[in-house]
Design a protein around this ligand. Structure first.
Ligand code: AMP
Ligand code: ZN
Length: 112
């Protein structure tokens, strides 16, 4: 297993606040929330970032969006933002693919 924070959370080696789990992903509360609701959709498979995926990951990528919809429903979010930061210059700090699901306040556009 890579020395990876989110792999360790998936393996329950590091604790996190679990919102939802399905066959492919976990959804956890972000430790430093940037909105009243801020959770992370984390695939159980280690992939560094979105640009590291290949065609074989297409189904997983679709499932992650469906998991985000399920998490939004569970968290009673009607309006939400789903975003991934791809690379340091885009704000990625954990090198394991994840989507931020944010809601509970008005969202500005464009994001900073
Ligand atoms: P990014 O900067 O896009 O890679 O997102 C990584 C996110 O993981 C940040 O929003 C962090 O606040 C969050 N984070 C870091 N460590 C933990 C942790 N142990 N549990 C939950 N979220 C975390
Ligand atoms: Zn990982």
């Amino acid at each position: 297993m890579p020395d990876c924070l989110f792999c360790k959370i998936v393996a329950r080696e590091i604790p996190a606040q679990l919102v939802l789990e399905d066959a492919h992903a976990i959804v956890i509360k972000d430790i430093s929330p940037k909105a009243p609701t801020h959770v992370l959709v984390v695939p159980k498979k280690h992939i560094d970032r979105l640009s590291s995926t290949d065609d074989g990951d297409a189904e997983l990528l679709g499932r992650l969006q469906r998991t985000a919809v399920a998490a939004a429903a569970k968290l009673s979010l009607k309006d939400f933002r789903l975003v991934t930061n791809n690379g340091r210059g885009a704000g990625q700090s954990v090198d394991h693919l994840h989507y931020h699901l944010l809601g509970g306040r008005p969202m500005e556009w464009p994001p900073g």
